[in-house]
Design a protein around this ligand. Structure first.
Ligand code: ADP
Ligand code: MG
Length: 475
C-alpha cells in the first residue's frame, strides 16, 4: 500500500465524517482501517463482527460513495474483521482449565454472528441467538405518534408489554409501509422493550434469518437452530420482502407455524402487504394475512416536525451548542417530504456543518445543506384493487366482471385497460397481476399490456381516457 493510498483513505474518511456527523462517525467508523487496495477493490477492516455487520447493513453504500468521490476507479469496498491474533500476540493456546470449564469445546467456540447451539444456555435471548444488531435510538420513547402510525404503534406497544403466558391477541402482527416510514424503528422498539428478562425477544432481518439458516445447515446445526428459534417468546422479522430461496421459505413457514401454534408472538415488517409478497407461497401468505395487518402511511408534516424536534433534542444531549431555530425546523418539515431517513440526514448535515464550521444554523445554511434532500413528491402507491375499482366505475361494469372469465367486448377492453394500468402504475409482476385478475396467466396480462400500448398510439380517445384514469388514481 502506498502513502497516497493512505492519504486517499484519510480524505474518504473525512468525507464520511462530514456526511454522517461526528457521533455516528465515532461510533462506527473510528476503528475502521484500510488494509489494501487491489485493483478496483478497497479492502477495509474493523475489529469486531458486530461493527462489520452494522456497517454492512447501514453504511456500505455511503462508504463506497465516499471512496468513489476520492477515486473514481474504485468499484467495490470490502469489509472484513481484523483478526487480533495475527496482528498482535502469537495464537492463544487453550489452557486446560479452559477446556474443562467449557462443556464441549466445539459448542463453546462461537462467533457472535453464528447461531448458538442449544447446548448453551440462552441467557440474554437476543444476543445469544445471534439476533441482528439493534440501534440504541430506536425505542418507543423516541417514536413519535401521528395519524399515519397510531394503530401500528398501539399494536406494537401491546405486543411489547404482553407477559409470558398471556393469550396472544393478534398473531402475527404484520406491519407494512414504504421505505423510511418507521418499520424498523417500531420493530426494534418492541425488541428493546420486550427483553425484560422474563421473555426472549429476537429481532432478525430476513437476511439474517436466511444467513443463520444457511450457515446452520452448512455446519449441520440446522436442528439446533430450529430448536433455538422455537425457544423464544417473540420473533421479530424485519424486511420480509427479502426472504428468498425455497428451503429458507419452507423453514420460515415451519417456524411461523410452530411459533404461532405454540402461542408465541410473531411480528413482521415488510414494504408491502402479505398478498403482494410474490415470492412466498400461498399458505405462508394466508398465514401472514391471518393476524393483524397494519399499514403505516406517509409521515404528515406535523409528524415530520415532531420527529425533527426529537432528533435535534437527541443531538443536543451530546452537542449542547447545537440549536436549530423554529423557522428552520418548519422549513425542513415542509420541504423534506420523502421519509424519516431523509429527516435524520437533514439533521445530521446541519449538525456536521455547525460542528465543522462553528457557524450557527440559519435558514440560508439549511436551504443549502438540505437542497438535494428535497425531492418531488413521491408518486402515490397505487393498489391493484383501486385500479380495478376506478376502471370498473369508468366503464360502468362491476369489479367482479373484470375478474370474471367473461369475454364480451364490454368487459374485455376495460379488463385490458386495468391490467395495463396495474403494470404501469404498480411495481407488481405480470404473474402477480394475473393472479389478482381472477387467476389469469401472465401471458394474458402481457398480451393486454401490449394491446393497450399499441392502441394508445392511434386511438386518441382511449389515450385520453387512460390519462384521466392515471391522474385520478395518482391524486
Ligand atoms: P423503515 O424501516 O420503515 O424503512 P426506519 O424505521 O428505519 O424506516 O425509519 C427511518 C428513520 O426515520 C429512522 O431514523 C427513524 O427513527 C425515523 N422515524 C420514522 N418514523 C418515526 C417516528 N414515528 N418517530 C420517530 N422517528 C421516526
Ligand atoms: Mg427498515
Amino acid at each position: 500500500m502506498t502513502s497516497t493510498d493512505q492519504e486517499r483513505w484519510l480524505r474518504a474518511k473525512d468525507r464520511l465524517r462530514a456526511e454522517v456527523g461526528e457521533d455516528i462517525f465515532q461510533s462506527w467508523f473510528a476503528r475502521m482501517e484500510l488494509d489494501r487496495i487491489e485493483g478496483a477493490t478497497v479492502q477495509l477492516s474493523v475489529p469486531t463482527r458486530f461493527l462489520k455487520s452494522w456497517i454492512h447493513s447501514h453504511y456500505m453504500d455511503r462508504v463506497l460513495a465516499c471512496w468513489q468521490a476520492e477515486d473514481g476507479h474504485v468499484q467495490k469496498v470490502e469489509l472484513s474483521v481484523r483478526s487480533a491474533v495475527i496482528r498482535t500476540a502469537p495464537p492463544k493456546v487453550k489452557t486446560p482449565e479452559h477446556v474443562e470449564a467449557g462443556r464441549d469445546p466445539r459448542a463453546s467456540r462461537i462467533d457472535a454472528g453464528d447461531v448458538r447451539s442449544t447446548q448453551l444456555p440462552i441467557s440474554t435471548g437476543h444476543d445469544a441467538l445471534g439476533g441482528s444488531p439493534l440501534d440504541l435510538r430506536l425505542t418507543f420513547e423516541n417514536f413519535v405518534i401521528g395519524r399515519s402510525n397510531t394503530l401500528a404503534h398501539a399494536a406494537a406497544k401491546q405486543v411489547a408489554v404482553a407477559r409470558r403466558g398471556e393469550p396472544v391477541m393478534f398473531n402475527p402482527l404484520y406491519i407494512h409501509a414504504g421505505v423510511g416510514l418507521g418499520k424498523t424503528h417500531l420493530l426494534q422498539a418492541i425488541t428493546w422493550a420486550g427483553n425484560d428478562g422474563e421473555r426472549k425477544v429476537l429481532y432478525l432481518t430476513a437476511e439474517k434469518f436466511m444467513y443463520g439458516f444457511v450457515s446452520a445447515l452448512r455446519t449441520q446445526t440446522a436442528l439446533a437452530f430450529k430448536e433455538a428459534l422455537r425457544t423464544i417468546d417473540v420473533l421479530v422479522i424485519d424486511d420480509l420482502q427479502f426472504l428468498q430461496g425455497k428451503s429458507t421459505q419452507a423453514e420460515f413457514c415451519h417456524t411461523l407455524n410452530a411459533l404461532i401454534d405454540a402461542g408465541r408472538q410473531v411480528v413482521i415488517a415488510a414494504d408491502r402487504p402479505p398478498t403482494d409478497l410474490e415470492s412466498l407461497d400461498d399458505r405462508v401468505r394466508s398465514r401472514l394475512a391471518g393476524g393483524l395487518v397494519v399499514e403505516m402511511g406517509p409521515l404528515g408534516e406535523e409528524l415530520r416536525l415532531e420527529i425533527l424536534k426529537t432528533r435535534v433534542a437527541a443531538a443536543r444531549q451530546y452537542h449542547p451548542g447545537f440549536d436549530v431555530p423554529a423557522p428552520v425546523l418548519s422549513y425542513i418539515a415542509k420541504s423534506v417530504t420523502h421519509n424519516g431517513r431523509d429527516l435524520e440526514g437533514a439533521v445530521n448535515r446541519l449538525l456536521a456543518h455547525n460542528k465543522l464550521t462553528g457557524q450557527p444554523v440559519t435558514m440560508e445554511m439549511a436551504e443549502r445543506e438540505v437542497r438535494d434532500l428535497i425531492r418531488p413528491q413521491d408518486p402515490k402507491r397505487v393498489k391493484i384493487e383501486e385500479i380495478q375499482r376506478a376502471v370498473a366505475r369508468h366503464y360502468n361494469v362491476s369489479r367482479a366482471d373484470l375478474l370474471s372469465s367473461r369475454r364480451t367486448a364490454n368487459v374485455v377492453r376495460p379488463r385490458q385497460v386495468a391490467m395495463y394500468l396495474a403494470k404501469t402504475l404498480t411495481l407488481r409482476s405480470l404473474p402477480e397481476i394475473g393472479r389478482r385478475f381472477g387467476g389469469r396467466d401472465h401471458t394474458t396480462v402481457l398480451h393486454a399490456v401490449r394491446k393497450i400500448e399499441g392502441l394508445v398510439g392511434s386511438d386518441t380517445l382511449l389515450a385520453e381516457e387512460i390519462e384521466a384514469l392515471k391522474r385520478q388514481l395518482q391524486e
